[in-house]
Design a protein around this ligand. Structure first.
Ligand SMILES: *[C@@H]1O[C@H](CO)[C@@H](O)[C@H](O)[C@H]1NC(C)=O
Ligand SMILES: *[C@@H]1O[C@H](CO)[C@@H](O)[C@H](O)[C@H]1NC(C)=O
Length: 337
């Protein structure tokens, strides 16, 4: 601000001020990089088989120093390094879109049918590495219930499986493919005898074409939970913590288009009401389709949602969500991002 006091032509002074502010911001936004196993894996990972080879020998400092955060890495398999980028950022949830390949009876991971390849599978990118990570994290421990984050071993990682192909034919394959995690005792489950959700290192949630009636088919036990429609919770008491974990809706569907300067009062009230309804039902609320641009709108929405008690933030921008101090977008009253 002292810059403005110099007798330079005001435009030069202003540009210089912006330049300085930009420098300050860039420095502040450079996140601290933890020297741990996850960072080394992110640097060396090139192909899906690296998700396993990178774990051998086991990096003992795998998730050292990482603070887990309630965010879901949206379309996680799209990142340069699936799974590990999200874990390195401390995200407590990853999302994989799965397609049944009927010939191979396998689940391929990808956004569109045209972008699938036989080496990118639910097993290769998620299940096998997670089983290996949990085996290693629990070596020498009695209970075997430590999760992937060393700093908070009780934190459960949500694996959101978005079924893209027919729900009824894909479902049994999803159930089968979770076998290694189930065998390790690593899946959160609901058991009628206990009458409550028992949290374990991984919580599996089915969305997309995941069929509610198959998720609830066994009245005694389940270890895959439904992604309930957040906008229908108030009218439908079928969705409870016994069968569902997330309750989600597209933000646009819930409140309409949000103007660049921020949500209106009534839009804020709708969001708050939905978040409260989910919390009362014991479900984790989530909005997807949060506008990504302008950045200050996204940050404003994140902040509003977090202050309103959102269950989890659905994010595309992992580093911004987990490692920025969101206040830093505003420097000396200027909105810089
Ligand atoms: C449910 O819990 C009861 C009591 O803890 C236990 O005996 C039973 O084996 C459990 N059922 C399943 C399917 O895990
Ligand atoms: C509630 O949702 C379930 C699952 O989609 C559906 O079968 C049921 O008919 C719904 N009930 C009401 C009252 O809308």
């Amino acid at each position: 601000m002292c810059i403005a006091a110099f007798s330079w032509p005001s435009s030069v002074g202003a540009s210089f001020a912006w330049f300085l502010l930009g420098m300050v911001l860039a420095e502040r936004l450079t996140p601290p990089v933890h020297a741990n196993g996850l960072e080394r894996i992110r640097e060396s990972w090139k192909i899906p088989s690296d998700s396993m080879t990178a774990l051998s020998p086991w990096p003992k400092d795998f998730s050292q120093g990482i603070t887990p955060v309630q965010c879901l890495s949206h379309n996680d398999y799209w990142r340069s390094v699936p799974l590990f980028d999200a874990l390195a950022a401390g995200c407590l949830g990853v999302e994989a879109d799965v397609w049944l390949d009927e010939t191979a009876n396998d689940l391929l991971v990808g956004h569109r049918a045209s972008s699938l390849s036989s080496d990118r599978t639910l097993q290769s990118l998620y299940i096998t590495p997670l089983a290996e990570i949990l085996t290693r994290m629990n070596q020498g421990r009695d209970l075997g219930r430590s999760g992937v984050f060393e700093t908070v071993p009780s934190a459960s990682l949500t694996l959101l499986i978005d079924i893209k192909t027919d729900g009824h034919t894909t479902w049994p394959v999803v159930m089968d493919q979770l076998a290694p995690l189930r065998a390790g005792g690593w899946l959160s489950y609901w058991n009628k005898t206990d009458g409550k959700l028992s949290q374990r290192p991984i919580t599996v949630v089915g969305t997309g074409n995941a069929p509610f009636e198959l998720i609830t088919a066994d009245p005694e036990y389940r270890d895959i939970f439904f992604d309930a429609p957040l906008d229908q919770l108030a009218d439908n008491t079928s969705f409870t913590a016994e069968n569902s974990y997330y309750a989600s809706v597209s933000l646009k569907k819930a409140v309409g288009t949000i103007q660049p300067w921020g949500p209106s009062r009534s839009q804020r009230e709708i969001m708050k009401r939905l978040i409260e309804t989910a919390a009362k039902r014991g479900l984790v609320s989530r909005f997807w389709d949060i506008p990504g641009w302008p950045v200050h709108l996204r940050v404003k929405l994140w902040r509003f949602l977090v202050e309103s008690g959102i269950g989890t933030l659905n994010v595309d921008e992992l580093v911004q969500a987990t490692q920025w101090n969101w206040d830093w977008c505003v420097v000396a009253g200027f909105v810089l991002c």
